[in-house]
Write a protein that binds this ligand. Structure first.
Ligand SMILES: Nc1nc2c(ncn2[C@@H]2O[C@H](COP(=O)(O)OP(=O)(O)O)[C@@H](O)[C@H]2O)c(=O)[nH]1
Ligand SMILES: [Mg+2]
Length: 305
C-alpha cells in the first residue's frame, strides 16, 4: 500500500489502511509526516476523546465494551485505544480485554487498537496522540482511551482525553488509596462500578465526600449488566459540551499538544543518543550525569556552531 492509498483509505474507513497508518506511526516510518499532515483537521478538532482509567480489575474493559455497544446502538462509529500496561516480560497482552471486545471485533464501525507500553511511556503518549488523530480522521467519534491508572506516568496518557472517568470498585483494597492520592486530579467523573456488591454504596459515599469540593459527579454502574452505562456516557458528553462552551477543551488540547511535541522530540533524538552512548568506552569511568551534560552540550553546538 502506498502512502496515497493509505491516506485515501483512512477517509474511506478502510480497516486495512487505518491499521497500516498506525503501524507507520509506531515504526517511525519516513512517510509518517506526510500522512499525519493530510489528516482531516475538522474531524480531529470535533471528535470527543473520553478516558476511562482506574486500578486493575475495576471493570474498565467491561465498561468500555458496554459503552461501545451503547454507542453502536445509536449508530455512532467508535474508536477504542486500549493501553496495555503489561511488561515485556509477562508479555501478557490484554487478553481479557480482547475477549471483552470480541463482540465488536467484526463490526467495521468499531476500530480497536491496543498499544503496549513496552516500558517507555513517553513514546507511547506520542504515538497514542497520533493514533487518536488517525481514528478521528476515519470518522470515529467518540474515541475512548482505556488505561490502567496507577502511576504518575500512566496519568499522563489520560491527559490526551478531553473528559476522563475514573473507575473504582469495592474490594480493590489499597488501590483506592492510590486512587485518591494520584488520580483525583484527572477525574472529571467518578464511577463506582460493581454496584451489585453491597460495599459499593459505602465507597460511593466516601468518594462523594472527596469529590464534592471539585463538584465531580459520582455515578454507580454494574458494568457487566450494562447498568448505568448510558447515564455515564451522557454525563461525559455533557462535560465535553460544557468544556467546549467555556473554551477549556481547546486549552486542554493545546496543553496536550505541547506535551506530545516534547515526547516526539525525545523519541526522535533517543536512537542517536543511544548509539553515541553505546559506542562510548573511555568516558564510562566519569560520572554519568557529567557525561550526559557533555552530550547535550555537543547537540547544542551542532545546531549553533
Ligand atoms: N460483580 C461485578 N463484577 C464486575 C462488574 N464489571 C466487571 N466485573 C468483573 O470484574 C473483573 C474485571 O473486569 P475488567 O473489565 O477486566 O477490569 P479492568 O481491569 O479494569 O479492565 C471481571 O471479572 C469482570 O467480569 C460489575 O459490575 N460487577
Ligand atoms: Mg482492562
Amino acid at each position: 500500500m502506498d502512502i496515497k492509498s493509505i491516506i485515501q483509505g483512512i477517509k474511506d474507513k478502510s480497516p486495512r489502511a487505518i491499521a497500516r497508518a498506525i503501524t507507520l506511526v509506531e515504526n517511525g516510518d519516513i512517510w509518517v509526516d506526510e500522512l499525519l499532515e493530510s489528516l482531516d483537521k475538522k474531524s480531529i478538532d470535533e471528535t470527543m476523546i473520553f478516558g476511562i482509567t482506574g486500578p486493575p480489575g475495576a471493570g474498565k474493559s467491561t465498561l468500555t465494551g458496554k459503552i461501545v455497544g451503547y454507542l453502536r446502538s445509536l449508530g455512532k462509529r467508535v474508536g477504542v485505544i486500549a493501553i496495555d500496561p503489561s511488561s515485556p516480560i509477562s508479555g501478557g497482552a490484554i487478553h481479557g480485554d480482547r475477549i471483552r471486545m470480541m463482540e465488536h471485533s467484526l463490526d467495521g464501525d468499531v476500530v480497536i487498537r491496543s498499544m503496549a507500553t513496552r516500558g517507555r511511556l513517553g513514546g507511547l503518549c506520542a504515538s497514542a496522540g497520533a493514533v487518536c488523530r488517525i481514528l478521528a480522521s476515519s470518522g470515529c467519534n467518540p474515541i475512548i482511551i482505556e488505561t490502567v491508572g496507577v502511576g504518575q506516568s500512566e496519568i499522563d496518557i489520560i491527559k490526551i482525553a478531553d473528559v476522563t472517568a475514573l473507575v473504582s470498585a469495592p474490594g480493590l483494597g489499597d488501590d483506592i488509596q492510590a486512587l485518591k492520592a494520584g488520580l483525583m486530579e484527572v477525574a472529571d467523573i467518578m464511577v463506582v462500578n460493581k454496584a451489585d456488591k453491597p460495599e459499593a454504596q459505602m465507597l460511593a459515599v466516601e468518594l462523594s465526600e472527596i469529590a464534592r469540593d471539585k463538584g465531580t459527579e459520582v455515578i454507580l454502574t454494574i458494568a457487566y449488566e450494562g447498568k448505568g452505562v448510558d447515564k455515564l456516557y451522557h454525563a461525559m458528553e455533557e462535560i465535553y459540551k460544557k468544556q467546549v462552551e467555556l473554551g477549556t477543551k481547546q486549552r486542554k488540547r493545546w496543553e496536550s499538544r505541547k506535551k506530545e511535541i516534547v515526547d516526539w522530540v525525545i523519541e526522535m533524538i533517543r536512537p542517536e543518543i543511544e548509539k553515541q552512548v553505546d559506542s562510548m568506552d573511555r568516558d564510562l569511568d566519569k560520572d554519568p550525569r557529567v557525561v550526559a551534560n557533555s552530550i547535550v552540550m555537543g547537540l547544542k553546538k551542532e545546531r549553533n556552531p
